[in-house]
Design a protein around this ligand. Structure first.
Ligand code: ADP
Length: 188
């Protein structure tokens, strides 16, 4: 299974990515997690990414694309992978196509978790209280949702055009959403 996971911030991508990766025995690769680990470890990559993340903006494509290309080249992706948080704009989607073409493989599914904007805003504000992520403040959440609507939402049509789009409603209990995702992808 080679798949990307799409959906707005707060839709539950990270939570579901872990569960789906267990189900299909493939690594879940979260660009947000990789960036955060680099910020924490004070690496050069983290230093370059941090200001964009804290503003709710996308980290520049040349940084993100190179990071994903390196990650996909690691040995554990042989049986597949689930990309969480990448691609996030059409240029990244085109770059991913070229990475996969270079590897001689194709994407099996673009799995979109849908959720309305009021629901995801409420979830992110709640998470802010619990986890204290630097980009979970109200103005930054607003910016992230704006970036999603402008840059990332067009990917739905892009992957629909490719015939690989699977859309699943992200509302409901975590287990319910996982079951829905598994059923939708496995019966596609
Ligand atoms: P969320 O989906 O909840 O906004 P993520 O953990 O996926 O959170 O991403 C956090 C931040 O990391 C983003 O706001 C952005 O700054 C950066 N980031 C993650 N993935 C990408 C990407 N594909 N391209 C550019 N920036 C990214």
């Amino acid at each position: 299974m080679r798949a990307v996971l799409l959906g707005p911030p707060g839709a539950g991508k990270g939570t579901q990515a872990v569960r789906l990766s267990e189900r299909w025995s493939i690594p879940a690769i979260s660009t947000g997690d990789i960036f955060r680990a680099n910020v924490k470890g004070a690496t050069e990559l983290g230093r370059r990414a941090q200001e964009f993340m804290n503003a709710g903006a996308l980290v520049p494509d040349e940084i993100t694309n190179a990071m994903v290309r390196d990650r996909l080249a690691q040995d554990d992706t042989g049986e597949g992978f689930l990309l969480d948080g990448y691609p996030r704009n059409p240029d990244q989607a085109i770059e991913l196509d070229s990475m996969l073409a270079d590897m001689g493989i194709e994407l099996d599914a673009a799995i979109e978790i849908t959720a309305d904007m009021d629901e995801v805003t409420a979830r992110l504000l709640k998470r802010a209280e619990i986890e204290g992520r630097a980009d979970d403040t109200e103005p930054v959440i607003r910016k992230r949702l704006e970036v999603y609507a402008t840059s990332t939402a067009p990917l739905t049509a892009f992957y629909e055009g490719r015939g690989v789009l699977v859309q699943v409603d992200g509302l409901g209990a975590v287990d319910e959403v996982t079951d829905r995702l598994v059923a939708a992808v496995e019966n596609r």
